[in-house]
Design a protein around this ligand. Structure first.
Ligand SMILES: NC(=O)c1ccc[n+]([C@@H]2O[C@H](COP(=O)([O-])OP(=O)(O)OC[C@H]3O[C@@H](n4cnc5c(N)ncnc54)[C@H](OP(=O)(O)O)[C@@H]3O)[C@@H](O)[C@H]2O)c1
Length: 187
């Protein structure tokens, strides 16, 4: 678990609670350690966080981008800092061209991300990215969480739609008064 500071108390607490294989350090420590790296930083500052992680530590690796480019500066609900013709996923891929960016899991609350069984019945998760092998690796990770059939939305420009889901997700949060919900695609 990376952080801006090596001694982040919450990260240390998380590492302590998650067994011998868990550890905490700086973003650079985490990126260096990981074979697969997850970007779970605030979307408005993800590029800065990933710069701290270090291009050299991310190069050649699968970088799963879970972040949403949300701007909370004008209060609730947040707005997207970019959309339609660009996305955070694409910005990250452009800034770190040798990383294999896969957008995934950003369209649901974190409780559901790693535990789809929390909700009754089938519901969906998505991946997109430029590298097929990287997407296949991420799909395997998603399967290990319990996702049966993640939907592949193609190259990293698919991140536009995945990030633009956030306004409706946030609206649903207000209406349903729970974070435990998700989207289902029916053909
Ligand atoms: N929480 C969810 O249910 C959920 C669901 C879907 C997607 N996401 C996305 O996942 C990401 C993480 O969400 P979150 O809820 O865990 O918390 P968050 O508050 O959005 O992000 C916290 C992370 O951002 C880093 N950070 C904050 N300000 C920074 C700065 N100025 N420079 C560099 N790094 C900075 C923090 O580092 P420090 O440790 O140093 O503070 C920490 O790693 C977000 O993009 C969010 O949209 C979250």
């Amino acid at each position: 678990m990376g952080s801006r500071t090596a001694q982040n108390p919450k990260a240390a607490e998380w590492a302590k609670a998650n067994g011998a294989k868990a550890s905490a350090g700086t973003f650079a420590d985490a990126a260096k350690f990981g074979d697969v790296v997850f970007n779970c930083t605030a979307g408005s500052v993800s590029l800065e966080a990933l710069k701290l992680a270090g291009a050299g530590n991310l190069g050649g690796k699968v970088l799963v981008d879970v972040a949403n480019p949300l701007d909370y500066s004008k209060g609730m609900p947040p707005t997207l800092t970019l959309c339609n013709t660009d996305s955070l996923g694409e910005q990250i891929q452009r800034a770190f061209p040798s990383a294999k960016v896969v957008k995934a899991l950003n369209t649901m609350g974190n409780e559901v991300m790693v535990n789809p069984g929390l909700l009754t019945g089938e519901h969906d998760t998505f991946v997109c990215g430029n590298d097929q092998q990287a997407k296949a690796e991420v799909v395997e990770i998603l399967r290990s969480f319990g996702w049966k059939s993640p939907i592949d939305l193609g190259d990293i420009t698919g991140a536009r739609g995945l990030e633009m889901v956030l306004p409706i997700w946030l609206r649903l949060l207000g209406t349903l008064k729970t974070r435990n919900f998700n989207f289902k695609v029916v053909k």
